[in-house]
Design a binder for this molecule. Structure first.
Ligand SMILES: *Cc1c(COP(=O)(O)O)cnc(C)c1O
Length: 394
């Protein structure tokens, strides 16, 4: 099997697993217990917090452990909404191509009377600080813009957007789930007030993440209960997960430059190979993108059939389009960058890591070529394109 869907989740690193084991077996004390067995667990918890803070250039008391990226996104946005309504501000700015953890939370707030501006994304998959500056009003409580997109891998000018928000006194949250561990992230240098990250996107365990909230940002609780996480997130801590996340993040950051160099080489080989397929196009900027992300549209095919046939060839990939209640909706991300429905349906996302090889990349290219030409042979849309009843877009 060739695993090329690392934006969906990654394999747990053996180092992280090894460091987690004692916390799944012997060190099971509750960090809230007063006896020394519990306090030993508490020390490991605080050690993990300090190590993660250091990597983000934050303070330990600005780190809140959560169950992952979705929870962190929800808490960040709902906290800003509560704070905003206390100040009489009910406007939030985001982009049209955020993760659903952000978009669905905002939809909920719209039903409660908040106003949301969805910034257009340029065809290269990037929003500009100027767009953000123009959209901010006296009513704006929050700007939430992802650091890197999970489907097309484009990287946003976060430091510049952060600067705009800081200058205007508006809180800035970024969903950095795809970015942390893959590209440099620094909450101070990038003027970030809140940031979401998730362990399973950088070879840590699933079900654990972080919400960074700058000192002075007032968080509201999603989960009420005990006084864990300084009263902002109740529930007995997932210490094994937290330790695994810390180890995986340290490894990812420590190896970032060498890993990304080799991943970029593989990625460009993959992009070059797939570009040779006629009537195809890379989605998103070729340079401002995550090292491991390859996203393509192929005209005249259905992404779902492509995925199933690639699965038969032992390749795990993703389309980017979501199958919602039986009807096939094209991806909101591809529509946001201006792909028309027909083209957006023929999408393929391949996300690779340092564990993939050149041989695997070559096998993927060959397989995609075969599958695309097979699907085109049996596609009525392709026949119409061929005999001129429809015109090619790509
Ligand atoms: C995966 C992902 C999430 C959700 O994280 P979970 O830990 O799976 O809840 C949120 N945002 C982005 C951009 C993601 O890629």
């Amino acid at each position: 099997m060739i695993y090329a869907d690392n934006a969906a989740t990654t394999k747990l690193s053996s180092h992280a697993l090894k460091e987690m084991m004692p916390f799944l077996t012997d060190i099971y004390g509750n960090p809230s217990s007063l006896y020394s067995f519990g306090q030993e667990a508490k020390e490991h918890l605080e050690d993990a917090r300090a190590r993660i803070a250091k990597i983000l250039n934050a303070e330990p008391n600005e780190i809140y452990f959560t169950s992952g990226g979705s929870e962190s996104d929800n808490q960040a946005i709902l906290s800003a909404a509560v704070w905003g309504s206390r100040k009489g501000k009910n406007h939030i700015i985001t982009t049209a191509f955020e993760h659903h953890a952000v978009l669905h939370t905002l939809k909920k707030l719209e039903k409660q009377g908040y106003t949301v501006t969805y910034l257009d994304v340029h065809s290269n998959g990037i929003v500009t600080p100027e767009q953000v500056a123009e959209a901010i009003t006296e009513n704006t409580a929050l700007v939430t813009i992802m650091t890197a997109n999970n489907e097309i891998g484009t990287i946003q000018p976060i430091a510049e957007i952060g600067q705009v928000c800081r200058d205007k006194g508006v809180w800035f949250h970024t969903d950095a789930v795809q970015a942390v561990g893959h590209i440099p992230v620094d909450v101070k240098a990038q003027h970030i007030d809140m940031l979401s990250l998730s362990a399973h996107k950088f070879h840590g365990p699933r079900g654990v993440g972080v919400l960074y909230a700058r000192k002075g940002v007032v968080l509201s609780n999603l989960i009420e209960g005990g006084a864990q996480e300084r009263g902002k997130r109740a529930g007995t801590e997932n210490l094994a997960g937290i330790v695994g996340m810390t180890v995986a993040l340290e490894d990812a950051v420590c190896n970032m430059s060498s890993n990304s160099e080799s991943i970029v080489k593989l990625r460009n080989r993959l992009i070059d190979g797939l570009s040779r397929i006629e009537h195809s196009a890379l989605n998103g900027d070729a340079v401002q993108r995550l090292p491991g992300n390859v996203s393509f549209c192929f005209e005249g095919i259905e992404g779902e059939s492509l995925l199933l046939l690639l699965d038969d060839k032992g390749i795990c990939a993703s389309s980017g389009s979501a199958c919602t209640s039986g009807s096939l909706d094209p991806s909101h991300v591809l529509l946001a960058i201006g792909r028309v429905h027909d083209v957006a349906h023929g999408s393929l996302r391949l996300t690779i890591t340092e564990e993939n090889t050149e041989d695997e990349v070559d096998y993927i290219i060959k397989s995609v070529e075969e599958v695309v030409s097979y699907l085109r042979r049996i596609s009525p849309v392709w026949r119409d394109l061929q005999n001129g009843k429809r015109s090619f877009i790509l």
